[in-house]
Design a protein around this ligand. Structure first.
Ligand SMILES: Nc1ncnc2c1ncn2[C@@H]1O[C@H](COP(=O)(O)OP(=O)(O)OP(=O)(O)O)[C@@H](O)[C@H]1O
Length: 502
């Protein structure tokens, strides 16, 4: 058989010599032992998949991984597919040979091209294949949502589920300028490989999302992950035993991922750099690990310096293309060291719904782009009506089977209620002149009543937003001031009812 192999090799060599074509073999494994996977083989597989092997070749193998929503196509054995690159024609063939006395198979791709093209394009073409494969992989693979299960052992690491959050930048109700700024920042980060290498910085970026509950911090993270096709690592800091476990978790994260620590201000007492006990246990700290654990030596818990190292120490550079996101409802409660520029590069304030953001929600939930009540809603927001996107979404969901008018009227009522609530809580004094004018608007108190816990007010059908009264000295008194005055004098709703409402 040795002689036969020699003759075969000699014959193949002779054929190659006289053939106008050149052949490149790309085996699945490097060497003969079958353990060292050849990255290029996988790249070719992905590349051919990206060229829609299913369409361009007569016979393909199709597979789907467990829990995956994607079909994966590969050239069937002995099938060939043509490609072109800078004017050259190339042919890929998939070879699958059975290994004698074994159930295993030996797989490889053969690339055929004209001999002159080999020196001209081969190296560039293979770079192109690897690059396209990487792109395709990051766009088409199923992404994962990881969480640290926190059983206390250092090797427990992360557990993953498929990441299928539907939030995208088009479903997100956000100020358009802010949205554009975030998208531009993400894009420049995603394409920043060369830049980060050139300036000697780790290819990572930090975002601090802050704002009241229900303003879309989690939704924005999901939209960012969907936009960049990244995995998400949702780190529960209270489940991390100490700094070395934190480091171990960091090392296990993959490139192209977003590492999220939500509610950073109440995950742990990180403002306490010295080992003194905190005044009160942090809100979400488990009782077992509360005060006592914080009093222990630094290396037995997660400390601020551990977290600082996590975000920008040497270990944070062990991967590439990673984003770290902190969220908080109270930015002031977060240690400034943790969110200084360089660690948290972009601070994003998410707050109550502006009018463009409201329009986005109205389109998403009701499918409308315009409505007569929109102008009242816009004016009500300008007048101080403050509802979070979560609150507006709730109202729209509740009324989604009703007439659009009723749904939007409910939004107007809620906006006015929020104004009334704010004014009722304010103790800003009125000027005498304002009181005088407000008191003369008797009609309003008749119409503006509280009915069954809902504000049924004149403003819905008869928007008073721009309808300001003019005082004797030609000073205008806005309707908001009148509402405030009416509340103050208990004409709008007597205190008892207001209390009930609030
Ligand atoms: N900006 C937004 N655009 C679209 N929907 C939003 C937005 N903000 C909130 N929502 C809706 O409200 C729900 C809650 O929002 P989300 O969890 O993102 O808020 P959050 O700011 O992270 O709140 P928390 O601080 O309590 O975690 C979401 O499921 C989403 O439907």
């Amino acid at each position: 058989s040795r002689l036969l192999r020699l003759l075969h090799g000699w014959w193949e060599g002779l054929k190659d010599f006289y053939s106008p074509n050149s052949y490149v073999e790309i085996p699945e494994f490097n060497g003969y032992c079958g353990v060292d996977m050849n990255e290029l083989y996988r790249s070719v597989q992905l590349y051919l998949n990206s060229l829609h092997a299913a369409v361009h070749s007569r016979r393909v193998s199709v597979s789907r991984a467990k829990n995956s929503s994607h079909l994966s196509y590969t050239l069937a054995p002995d099938q060939t597919m043509e490609d072109t690159f800078v004017g050259a024609r190339l042919w890929w063939t998939h070879n699958v040979d059975s290994v004698p006395d074994s159930l295993e198979e030996k797989r490889s791709f053969t690339l055929k091209m004209k001999k002159p093209d080999r020196t001209r394009i081969l190296s560039d073409y293979l770079d192109h294949v690897a690059h396209c494969a990487e792109e395709y992989d990051s766009r088409s693979r199923d992404r994962k949502l990881y969480t640290n299960n926190g059983h206390g052992s250092h090797d427990c690491g992360w557990t993953a589920v498929p990441f299928r959050h539907p939030a995208t930048f088009s479903t997100l109700a956000l100020d358009p300028e802010l949205m554009d700024a975030i998208k531009a920042d993400l894009e420049s980060f995603g394409q920043g490989k060369e830049f980060y290498h050139r300036v000697g910085r780790a290819w990572k970026r930090g975002y601090l999302l802050h704002g009241p509950p229900g303003t879309g911090k989690s939704s924005l993270i999901a939209a960012m992950a969907n936009y960049l096709h990244y995995d998400v690592y949702d780190m529960e800091l209270t489940k991390v035993t100490d700094n070395s476990e934190l480091r171990a978790l960091l090392i296990q994260t993959t490139n192209k991922s977003i590492i999220v620590i939500e509610d950073i201000d109440c995950s742990l007492d990180l403002t306490n750099r010295l080992s003194k006990p905190p005044a009160a246990p942090p809100r979400r700290l488990e009782s077992r690990r509360s005060v006592e654990s914080l009093m222990e030596a630094d290396d037995s818990r997660v400390t601020l310096s551990g977290l600082l190292n996590f975000t920008d120490g040497l270990w944070s550079c062990c991967g590439e293309e990673r984003i770290i996101v902190f969220t908080t409802n109270h930015k002031d409660n977060v240690d400034p060291a943790l969110i200084r520029s360089g660690r948290m590069d972009m601070h994003i304030l998410l707050s109550t719904c502006g009018f463009p953001a409201f329009k986005c929600l109205a389109f998403n939930y009701l499918g409308i782009e315009e409505h007569d009540l929109f102008s009242i809603i816009e004016q009500s927001i300008q007048a101080g009506g403050a509802l979070t996107p979560a609150e507006i979404s709730e109202i729209l969901i509740k009324h989604k089977h009703q007439d659009h008018y009723l749904a939007l009227k409910a939004v107007v009522s809620a906006l006015h209620l929020s104004i009334v609530t704010t004014f009722a809580q304010s103790d800003e004094p009125f000027e005498e002149e304002e009181e005088e004018v407000a008191a003369s608007n008797k009609g309003e108190e008749q119409n503006a009543v509280v009915d069954n816990g809902e504000v049924v007010d004149v403003f819905v059908n008869n928007p008073p937003v721009n309808d300001s009264c003019v005082t004797k000295n030609s000073r205008s008194l806005t309707w908001q001031r009148r509402v405030r005055y009416l509340i103050k004098t208990k004409r709008l709703c007597e205190q008892r009812r207001l209390n009930h409402l609030l």
